[in-house]
Design a binder for this molecule. Sequence first.
Ligand code: NAP
Length: 287
Amino acid sequence: MGEIISGKALSKTIRAEVKTQVEALQAKHGKVPHLVVILVGEDAASESYVKAKGKACAKAGIRSTILKKEETITEDELLKIIQEFNEDPDTHGILVQLPLPKHIDENKVLLAIQKEKDVDGFHPLNVAAVHLGQEAILPATPKGILTMLKSTGVEIKGKKALVIGRSNIVGKPVSMLLLKEHATVTIAHSRTLDMKKEALEADILVAAVGRPNMVTADMVKEGAVVIDVGVNRIEVNGERKLVGDVDFESVKDKASFITPVPGGVGPMTIASLLQNTIECFTMVEKL
Ligand code: NAP
């Protein structure tokens, strides 16, 4: 059986490191990073993500403000709030929880966040920097995935990587990060003709699709490193269960390393967000 990359354990170590860094910032500069999270509407999943982010900040000693706004807020009102936090010297990171209601242009909102406070790494300038292979605030999920891959000690350079999924928040940025690490990267998506063929060639396989158990053992190369980003809620024998995009039970015997769901990429996303908040603090405070 392959070794399990525990995002739970790794994120615990990172969160402890962040806490120590925050204590050092407090001792040296008399202030701690402050993350503002803006939540629009009543989406249950978004509410639980925001709650988890606030809780993780508190545990790490990071100040957080969660601002809840009605679904009916106008785009202009939201942009004005962002501008106020941009101008506030005591705000270091601004995160607008996605998705937003349909009447609000997500692109306009992400563009409005000051680049240095863009803790999610979704501002077009941060996105561009990732694509150019330059220093940037990395989006939390891809950053967490890279940290997990590096934790295995497996060399990424020269390896064939397959990323299934081409979203702006996971698939595309993770592909760019792997490319920067000198992997030979293939990006697959819903129109890919022969997924099994592509997958069987991959030394590193990242699944970010949102389809329960779509990657099965017959698609995985012996000894591959498998990262499962998927979060899918399914019902098994009347019980609700959280599963990934990878059929963990069968794939674990073929993979050299594999991430579980839950307890894999999810906790690493939050840990990476905390790291980003410190990065933003450093930039905003010009340290
Ligand atoms: P998304 O925006 O819906 O993108 C899904 C991607 O999968 C698209 O590129 C789509 O292709 C592709 N796809 C859909 N069906 C496919 C199929 N049958 N074969 C091959 N590719 C297919 O999703 P996302 O935001 O990237 O998220 C992906 C998954 O990761 C979701 O389960 C999400 O909940 C999870 N996630 C987890 C975390 C975490 O922290 N753990 C963070 C973010 C997301 P097209 O582009 O051709 O439509």
